[in-house]
Design a protein around this ligand. Structure first.
Ligand code: FE
Length: 198
């Protein structure tokens, strides 16, 4: 079953449509209801969601611990979840530190935490990024205009159908006085994927 991860997006989409048709045929699901659910899911999915999670983690150390320990269990505290799809995916939040930096990829296709970040950017799905970031993370990060210190260890996390990753960036210095709302505005999608500092 885990080999389904390697299937083409078109094959998966066709399979989903087939299942939808069966459910509709049996009167188990109303197609307009299904569309409404999908639109609602995408409408509440954008990098602003991930940024909110990060701002809370920066502001509340106990939340940060819970988030790193079990992200799925912690997300409802900020009104979010990894549900919304056919199955709830496991989210792993990986924290950057002075000495460790994290980057996210899906080497096989384009698995991505859509519930937290919205649809993935084109570069994330590109063959160039997927194949190169594992072999040469520093080279790829440099192309994004980001150069971690040479003594920082870089870990690349490979997402899958069941497991998704999000980076918890380091809180920028000089932001002690900022509240959660303003902290949220500092976080970028690229920072949540590890190809930017924040
Ligand atoms: Fe994938």
């Amino acid at each position: 079953m885990s080999d389904d991860h390697h299937g083409s997006a078109a094959a998966i989409a066709a399979h989903v449509r087939h299942v939808e048709a069966l459910l509709e045929e049996r009167g188990l699901v109303d197609p307009t209801e299904l569309d409404r659910a999908l639109v609602a899911f995408l409408a509440r999915s954008s990098p602003a969601g991930g940024a909110r999670v990060v701002a809370r983690a920066w502001s509340d150390n106990a939340f940060r611990e819970r988030l790193l320990d079990d992200a799925n269990a912690a997300l409802p505290e900020v009104g979010m979840s990894m549900g919304g799809g056919l199955q709830e995916q496991r989210l792993n939040v990986v924290a950057n530190t002075d000495t460790a930096h994290n980057v996210v990829v899906c080497t096989l296709c384009s698995c991505y935490p859509i519930a937290l970040l919205g649809p993935s950017p084109t570069w994330y799905k590109s063959e160039a990024y997927r194949s190169r970031v594992v072999r040469d993370p520093r080279g790829v990060l440099r192309e994004f205009g980001f150069e971690p210190d040479p003594d920082v260890e870089i870990t690349v996390w490979d997402a899958s159908a069941e497991s998704r990753y999000m980076v918890l960036p380091r809180r920028p210095t000089g932001t002690d006085g900022l509240d959660e709302k303003h902290l949220t505005e500092l976080v970028t999608r690229n920072g949540l994927l590890g190809v930017a500092a924040v």
